[in-house]
Design a protein around this ligand. Structure first.
Ligand SMILES: C[S@@+](CC[C@H](N)C(=O)[O-])C[C@H]1O[C@@H](n2cnc3c(N)ncnc32)[C@H](O)[C@@H]1O
Length: 221
């Protein structure tokens, strides 16, 4: 196979019927053999919607969920944040920790669905980029409720991904997310602020979102 998108779809299809439907991430990263042209979501840069949000934010403690090849984590660290980044793929974590070995990012292999106690702290920023939309729907619902409890008093949850339009027929992953699903992710934190956008590089079928919540309610979750 010489097309990264075809490889991704064939690995995710094969994993879908098994008892480990997320195993294709590790398969893809290990097959890529450190050639990032095989990782469709990685272009070596931080997500532009994160870059835009960070401007003017005081740095604090950040948790980058499903950190992939580490661009967002390394970017936040450069901006002065104290960053912990985790991913379910051991290969992705080794790859990013080598790639960004000059940074102070703390890299960990972990599963959002089953977080180890050391990740269950209070973070001023919890960042999720393109993870929920890459999960099958049943796991996605469970995973989406794991994020808000990690946010500190006055902290932020920032989620970035593809936004589903009315007539969306996308063959996923990724599966663009609906307004009602996105709203449910941080509902326990307070009001959502949603920005919808199309990037210059996107074709007209693509719509994206950045959803932000700030914990305004007393933390009792
Ligand atoms: C589409 S990629 C996005 C990676 C990165 N956030 C980015 O934007 O470049 C989804 C990432 O989430 C990771 N992932 C999927 N399920 C996960 C889980 N349950 N816990 C932690 N990471 C997960 C995958 O290994 C993969 O690196």
């Amino acid at each position: 196979m010489d097309n990264p998108r075809e490889l991704l779809l064939s690995l995710s299809d094969a994993a879908a019927g098994t008892d480990n439907p997320l195993s294709w991430f590790e398969d893809l990263y290990s097959r890529a053999n450190r050639d990032d042209s095989w990782i469709p979501w990685s272009d070596g840069n931080p997500n532009p919607l994160l870059v835009d949000w960070v401007i003017g934010q005081p740095a604090g403690k950040a948790l980058v969920v499903g950190s992939g090849l580490g661009e967002d984590a390394a970017f936040l660290e450069k901006k002065g944040w104290q960053v912990t980044a985790f991913d379910i793929s051991e290969t992705a974590i080794k790859w990013s920790s080598d790639r960004y070995s000059h940074t102070s990012v703390s890299w960990m292999v972990a599963d959002l669905l089953n977080l180890p106690p050391e990740l269950c702290g209070d973070f001023d920023l919890v960042l999720e980029v393109h993870i929920l939309q890459a999960m099958p729907v049943e796991l996605r619902k469970i995973a989406s409720q794991k994020l808000a409890p990690l946010v500190s008093e006055n902290g932020f949850l920032v989620c970035i991904g593809r936004y589903a339009t009315e007539d969306d027929l996308t063959i996923g992953p990724p599966w663009p997310l609906s307004y009602s699903f996105i709203e449910s992710i941080g509902a326990s934190l307070g009001e959502m602020s949603l920005k919808k956008i199309r990037l210059e590089s996107d074709d007209s079928s693509v719509s994206r979102y950045r959803a932000i919540w700030r914990r305004t309610k007393i933390k009792n979750d």
